[in-house]
Design a protein around this ligand. Structure first.
Ligand SMILES: NC(=O)c1ccc[n+]([C@@H]2O[C@H](COP(=O)([O-])OP(=O)(O)OC[C@H]3O[C@@H](n4cnc5c(N)ncnc54)[C@H](OP(=O)(O)O)[C@@H]3O)[C@@H](O)[C@H]2O)c1
Length: 239
C-alpha cells in the first residue's frame, strides 16, 4: 500500500455518510483534507473533531465556482493537490412518473454535473503535480440500473461513462480514475425520499466506514496500477 500521509485530498459530500467516514479515514491515514458540502454547521463540527488536518468549505456541487473554491482553498491550506473524491449525491425513489420535475433536475445536476465540476477544478492542479487520483463514488445502480430509481441510475451510469472517458484522457499523465460502486449503504441517503424504515433489505447494507475503507484502499494502490471500477455489496444484499 502507498503511504497516504501528507496526501492532500478534496472530498465532496463530506458532511454525512460515505463522505464523512472517508474524511475521518483519510485523516487517520495522515492525509490533509478539504471538506465540501452545503451544511456549514456540520463542516464546523468536523473541523472541531478532526482539527488542523481538515478545512471545511461550504459549497454546492451544482455550482462550478464553488468547486473551484473548494479546490483552491484546499491547496492554499495544505499544498499541492493529490486527489479529488467527488462523492456528493442525492437519491429519490419511485417510478419515472412519480417524481417531480424539480426532483429529477436536482438529482441530475447534483449527481452528474456535481461530479464534473470538482473534477474540472482539480485536473489543472493534478496536472501541475505530475499526477494524482480521481475517485468517483457512483453506485451498483450505475452498473445495472434499478427499477425504482431509473433517473438516479442514469445519473450514476453517467458517472461511470465519465470515468471511462477520463481514464482514457488522463492516465497517460499519471492521473488515475477509479469508480467506487457500492450497493446499499446505511446512510441518511438510504432513507431518502420515498423510502421508509420498514422496507425490506434496509438492514442488509454496508456501513459507510466499509466504503471509506475501499476509497482508502483505492488511493493506496501503487501509482503505476489502475483499476477503473470497484463494486462492493453487503453479503446479505438481495440481487
Ligand atoms: N447510501 C447508499 O445506499 C449508496 C449506495 C451507492 C452509492 N451511494 C452514493 O454515495 C454517495 C454519498 O452518499 P451517502 O450514502 O453517503 O449519502 P448521505 O449520507 O446523504 O451524504 C450525502 C452528502 O452529499 C452532500 N450533498 C448533497 N447535495 C449536495 C450539493 N448540492 N452540494 C454539495 N454537497 C451535497 C450532503 O451534504 P449537504 O447536505 O451538507 O450538502 C452529504 O454530505 C452518493 O453519490 C450516493 O449516490 C450511496
Amino acid at each position: 500500500m502507498r503511504d497516504l500521509s501528507g496526501l492532500v485530498v478534496a472530498v465532496t459530500g463530506a458532511t454525512s455518510g460515505i463522505g464523512r467516514e472517508t474524511a475521518r479515514a483519510l485523516v487517520e491515514s495522515g492525509a490533509k483534507v478539504g471538506l465540501g458540502a452545503r451544511r456549514a454547521e456540520r463542516l464546523a463540527a468536523l473541523e472541531e473533531e478532526l482539527g488542523d488536518a481538515v478545512v471545511g468549505v461550504p459549497m454546492d456541487v451544482r455550482v462550478p465556482d464553488d468547486s473551484k473554491r473548494l479546490i483552491e482553498t484546499t491547496v492554499e491550506r495544505f499544498g499541492p493537490l493529490g486527489a479529488v473524491v467527488p462523492n456528493a449525491g442525492i437519491g429519490a425513489y419511485g417510478g419515472i412518473m412519480d417524481l417531480t420535475d424539480d426532483q429529477l433536475t436536482e438529482m441530475m445536476d447534483t449527481n452528474f454535473a456535481g461530479t464534473v465540476w470538482p473534477i474540472r477544478a482539480a485536473v489543472p492542479h493534478l496536472r501541475a503535480g505530475g499526477g494524482g487520483d480521481i475517485v468517483i463514488v457512483a453506485s451498483v445502480a450505475g452498473l445495472r440500473g434499478n427499477g425504482d430509481e431509473a433517473v438516479y441510475a442514469g445519473s450514476k451510469f453517467a458517472q461511470v461513462g465519465l470515468a471511462g472517458g477520463l481514464d482514457r484522457e488522463l492516465h497517460g499523465e499519471g492521473i488515475r480514475t477509479t469508480v467506487i460502486a457500492p450497493g446499499g449503504v446505511s446512510t441518511e441517503f438510504a432513507m431518502g425520499h420515498g423510502r421508509t424504515p420498514d422496507m425490506p433489505g434496509l438492514a442488509d447494507m454496508l456501513d459507510p466506514a466499509d466504503v471509506a475503507a475501499a476509497i482508502i484502499f483505492a488511493l493506496g494502490q501503487p501509482s503505476h496500477m489502475r483499476s477503473l471500477v470497484w463494486s462492493m455489496r453487503h453479503m446479505r444484499e438481495a440481487d
